[in-house]
Write a protein that binds this ligand. Structure first.
Ligand SMILES: [Zn+2]
Length: 65
């Protein structure tokens, strides 16, 4: 009995680790790393900024376009 419960706990934790679901489409968000480059106005150097984006069916077209 105790074994089953711990397994259920582990499964629930794993599901939470995998990411949250989108309330609109029900897809699990896929975290991706977006790298955008922008030239800073002051310096003649390119600046790279990284940001994590949660992708699901609602916004994948905008992201991958
Ligand atoms: Zn969605």
């Amino acid at each position: 009995m105790a074994k089953q419960q711990s397994f259920a706990d582990k499964a629930a934790k794993a599901a939470m680790m995998r990411g949250s679901k989108c309330p609109k489409c029900g897809e699990v968000f896929q975290p991706i790393l977006m790298v955008s480059s922008e030239k800073s106005p002051n310096k003649a150097a390119w600046k790279f900024s990284e940001r994590r984006v949660q992708v699901c069916k609602c916004n994948e077209k905008q992201i991958y376009a």
